[in-house]
Every structure is written in structure tokens, then in C-alpha cells.
Design a protein around this ligand. Structure first.
Ligand code: ATP
Ligand code: MG
Length: 411
């Protein structure tokens, strides 16, 4: 099957030019270039995907250097993996030397050997991701589909390439569910059976790799679908016994999407995910996934604040009381609790803090107070805090009012 016409229609003009540049150079070097992975799948499905992965039969880094030399494209090389990334405007091309892989033991990182493009396809996760399109001038557009990926796309199946696939690399369990839910496909029956059999193999996977795959799930448009399925299959419980992917999570994820700015959405989802966990289980989760310090703090604060919410569940708290109950918590933890709480009083206090109170500043600072004759030290700190509380509660508004209050508090 030849897809030359589809490629030319599908790719934006700039990207097509870059690809053609790569080809021309590869031809000169006697190398063959193939488009592989997600883009081939999405091209056949008609979904946009401009993260292009190329495999090269030959030295990908050498080829990438040549392209960078003759075009405007920016080049980043990863010498350890023999891969290169060319960026051009909003587009990027990942180039890798075709390779084969063997697994010394389950879950270990594979041993990599140079190989042909068909070796490269054989190490992949699912048939729908194991297709390639030739970009060489002699057979430009020709589809290579050794595992019947196209037929699986048509039958809407996620299928592994061989029965040991999940054992070799159990992150594929998470990947299978991610694609199943994103595309609305089903696990092919044998794949479903092996996936269930190999769930215990998740214990062979490092925290960093599990975390990476969970992040990919969280980047999906509706990650709750995948979490629901991972829960149903017992995959989440293998990562932490109290993790859930139920209707509660779905409802809260949906709220998070409506509220939060996208740059922090992943972290906010994570705070919601650990909400049903005890502090001890949360520590196990942080440790298992080797979560970085910043996010760990937000996760811990989420549960710490959850345990203190009863202090906020009263009507008629003053703004200054709300502020000083909350100001030491990570703002993501406050957002997560605002989303998670069932109390409308607590919700509105948390929102008030996030949208207003946390920005309130006094007009006078420490230097101004010193000029009023207040000596540096504990007294000054106390007066500054009193001014801040008065400002929060609307008791002072102008500089003159702050000055008057400060002087009245002076010993
Ligand atoms: P998308 O980015 O749309 O989720 P993708 O197919 O580009 O899909 P990536 O996670 O970017 O997915 O991986 C690129 C390709 O690398 C995949 O298509 C797959 O062929 C291969 N791949 C990634 N992870 C694995 C894995 N654990 N085992 C085997 N192959 C993998
Ligand atoms: Mg990708």
C-alpha cells in the first residue's frame, strides 16, 4: 500500500520540506529513512500528530548533523542513545538509528544493538505502533506493516507483538490502557489475558518509568477514563493499594480541568489522585514513584490540609483567620482541597484565599515602620502582622490608616 498522497496532504508544508531535506541527504549517504510509530498510526486514523519519529538505517546522528548544516533547523543530539532531534519552527523531528533490543531480565532496560528497520519494529509495544512508511525516493510512501497494525486499526484492537511483551516491559500495561481509552479501542482477547496475567510484573519496573507512564496518562484529554480502567483491572492497586480510579476521581478531574491553568494541571491531578490515601500510603506512593521534592510537598500538604479542614468548616470566619490557617500550605494543595471538599463553606474559604487573600499586602513595610521609630526585632514583626490582619479584614485601607494603627500599637 502506498501512502505518498496521504503524507503530502497530512503534513504541514514546513514539516514536509524538512522531511524532504532529510531524504535528499539520506539518499546521498546511502541511508534509508522511515516514518514510524504514533504518526503512522494517526495518519491512518486521520488524527493530527506532528511529533514525527524517523528511523534511519545508518547513522542518524551523522545524518542529523548534515541536515542542520544546510537548513535552518536546530539540532540537539543524545549521543548515548544515538538519537537526534531537529526542530524547525513549531515542529520537531526525532531521528534514531534503527535498532534491535533484547531483555536480560523482565523490567530491565533493554540491551540495544544496531539493526534493520524491521528489527526496530519488532521491539515496539503494539501492532498499531509498529508500522513504518518509507521516505526513500525509490519507494516513497510505501507502508510496512509486518504485524497487521492496519487491520488492528480497522478492528479497533490493541495487540502486543508477542506473548512475552508485558513481561519484558510491564510499562506496556499502562500504555495499552492509555491507547485503548484514548482511541476507544479494545484489548485484543489474547492481549487482555496476558495483560491480566502480567500485572504482578509491574513490581519489576523502576519508579521513574512508572511515573513517566502515569504522566503520559495524565496528559491525555480525559485521563479519568484510563484510571477507571486501570482500577477495574487491579493495575492501580499494584502501584498503591489505596489508589482509585472511580467516579469520584472522574468528577474531581473534570473540576480540575475547568479551574486550573494547564501548566499545573498534571500536579493538581496528582494531588487529587492521592486524596483517598492515608499519609502513610502517600509516603509509600512518593517513594515508589520517586516523586520530585516540589510535587512531594504539594502531595503531603494536600493530606495535611485535608486533616485540618474542620477548622474552616464554620461560618463567619474572618479573612485574617482564613489567611493564617492557610498561608503555609502549597497553593496546589489548597486548590486540590477546594475541588475535593464536599463542604460549600470550606470551598468558598479556600477559593477566597486563592483568588484574593493570598495577594493582600500592607502598604507599609519594615523600613517604613522603622522610620516611625519602631525598632527592628520581635515588636516590628508583631506590628507588621497586626497591620496585615487589619488590612485583610478591611479595618485599614490607606497608608495613613496603617500608620495610625502602627503607632497605636507601638510600645
Ligand atoms: P503518543 O505520543 O501519541 O502517545 P506515540 O506512539 O508517539 O504515541 P510515544 O510514547 O511517544 O508514543 O512512543 C513512541 C513510539 O515508541 C511508540 O509508537 C512505540 O512504538 C514506541 N514505544 C514507546 N514506549 C515503548 C515501550 N515501552 N515498549 C515498546 N515500544 C515503545
Ligand atoms: Mg509520541
Amino acid at each position: 500500500m502506498n501512502l505518498a498522497w496521504q503524507i503530502n496532504q497530512y503534513l504541514p508544508r514546513e514539516l514536509l520540506e524538512l522531511v524532504q531535506n532529510v531524504n535528499a541527504q539520506a539518499d546521498k549517504l546511502g541511508q534509508r529513512v522511515y516514518l514510524v510509530g504514533g504518526v503512522v498510526r494517526d495518519l491512518l486514523l486521520g488524527y493530527p500528530n506532528f511529533d514525527l519519529d524517523l528511523i534511519i538505517e545508518g547513522d542518524a546522528v551523522k545524518l542529523a548533523h548534515q541536515i542542520a548544516g544546510i537548513s535552518q533547523a536546530k539540532l540537539v543530539i543524545h549521543p548515548r542513545f544515538g538519537t537526534a532531534k531537529l526542530s524547525y519552527g513549531n515542529f520537531a523531528l526525532d531521528m534514531a538509528t534503527a535498532r534491535g533490543e533484547t531483555y536480560a531480565k523482565p523490567g530491565a532496560l533493554p540491551t540495544v544493538t544496531p539493526g534493520t528497520f524491521s528489527d526496530d519494529l519488532s521491539r515496539r509495544d503494539f501492532s498499531i505502533n509498529a508500522m513504518a512508511i518509507s521516505l526513500a525516493s525509490t519507494d516513497y510512501g510505501e507502508l510496512f506493516d509486518p504485524y497487521q497494525g492496519k487491520s488492528d486499526l480497522e478492528h479497533r484492537f490493541i495487540r502486543i507483538l508477542h506473548p512475552e511483551s508485558f513481561r519484558d516491559d510491564a510499562t506496556r500495561i499502562l500504555r495499552a490502557i492509555r491507547y485503548e481509552q484514548r482511541l476507544g479501542f479494545e484489548l485484543e482477547p489474547q492481549t487482555a489475558r496476558l495483560l491480566k496475567r502480567d500485572i504482578p510484573m509491574l513490581d519489576t519496573i523502576s519508579g521513574d518509568r512508572i511515573r513517566h507512564e502515569l504522566e503520559l496518562v495524565l496528559r491525555e484529554e480525559y485521563p479519568e477514563y484510563a484510571f477507571n480502567r486501570l482500577d477495574e483491572l487491579g493495575v492501580l492497586q499494584k502501584i498503591n493499594p489505596s489508589l482509585k480510579g472511580n467516579g469520584w476521581i472522574a468528577e474531581k478531574f473534570d473540576k480540575a480541568r475547568r479551574l486550573n491553568n494547564p501548566s499545573q494541571l498534571l500536579s493538581l491531578y496528582s494531588c487529587i489522585l492521592i486524596y483517598p490515601l492515608s499519609e502513610r500510603e502517600n509516603e509509600q506512593f512518593i517513594h515508589r514513584l520517586n516523586i520530585a521534592t516540589k510535587l512531594s510537598r504539594a502531595l503531603r500538604d494536600t493530606l495535611r490540609l485535608k486533616s485540618q479542614l474542620s477548622f474552616l468548616d464554620k461560618s463567619s470566619l474572618k479573612p485574617s483567620e482564613i489567611y493564617y490557617l492557610l498561608h503555609e500550605y502549597d497553593s496546589l494543595a489548597i486548590q486540590a482541597n477546594a475541588i475535593a471538599t464536599e463542604s460549600s463553606t470550606v470551598h468558598s474559604y479556600l477559593q477566597l484565599f486563592l483568588t484574593k487573600l493570598c495577594y493582600v499586602k500592607t502598604l507599609l513595610n519594615g523600613e517604613d515602620l522603622k522610620e516611625l521609630g519602631i525598632s527592628a526585632g520581635p515588636e516590628l514583626g508583631k506590628i507588621l502582622q497586626a497591620l496585615h490582619k487589619a488590612k485583610l479584614d478591611g479595618e485599614v485601607n490607606t497608608k495613613a490608616e496603617e500608620k495610625k494603627l502602627a503607632l497605636s500599637l507601638k510600645l
